[in-house]
Design a protein around this ligand. Sequence first.
Ligand code: 5RP
Ligand code: CO
Length: 229
Amino acid sequence: MTSRNLRALIGPSILNSDLSKLYEESQKLLDNGADYLHLDVMDGHFVPNLTFGHPIVKCLRSKINNAFFETHMMVSNPEQWIVPMADAGVNQYTFHIEPVTNVEEVCRKIKENGMKVGVAIKPGTPVAEVEKYVNISDMVLIMTVEPGFGGQKFMEDQMAKVQYLRDNYPLLDIEVDGGVGPATIDCCAKAGANMIVSGTAVIGAQDQSATIKLLRNSVQEAINKNQQN
Ligand SMILES: O=C(CO)[C@H](O)[C@H](O)COP(=O)(O)O
Ligand SMILES: [Co+2]
């Protein structure tokens, strides 16, 4: 949890981009105004899909020096990858709490390795499960699809979790991920999300820059409105 003002931040997911051009696609997103990059790491075990791991992240970091990298760790043993990801130049390590027995220990180890901590929950996990860790993490990720694949339909029923967290933790960084784009952003913004992951909607946009701006404006307007009340 942080004590600064909330900011609207847009972190495109490169999951559904042309991964043979990972550097070019990532740089294009940053040039078009992305605030950070959301890198989806899947192990084929916690989720039924495989993506990439720390060697690829390290290569990307060697070409992109100054962007904020968040890895979304959809893996069964998040503790295993903390040191390699820190070494690869990751800034924030966001992991799912569902398979973890000692979440505090994982949070501690992530911080010890110089990264920010994100704690994530799947749609079926109650918000109370993640609320326990709000005070020892930098961000909470509320998944708005079942993790594993890009391009799925946004689950509006997850907004109750976002709203609950925002009502109780006004300065908490709350991220949403899955099916978020121009058609669903107002709903996320209104519920109180301030960190927005958007994959397909940004990657496939005719005008990436305009889409990123539209997402950010919607969230910033909601933040401003909230602060007036
Ligand atoms: O974590 C993810 C899937 O598990 C991705 O970040 C997410 O799906 C983003 O892609 P899209 O906006 O296309 O849904
Ligand atoms: Co993700």
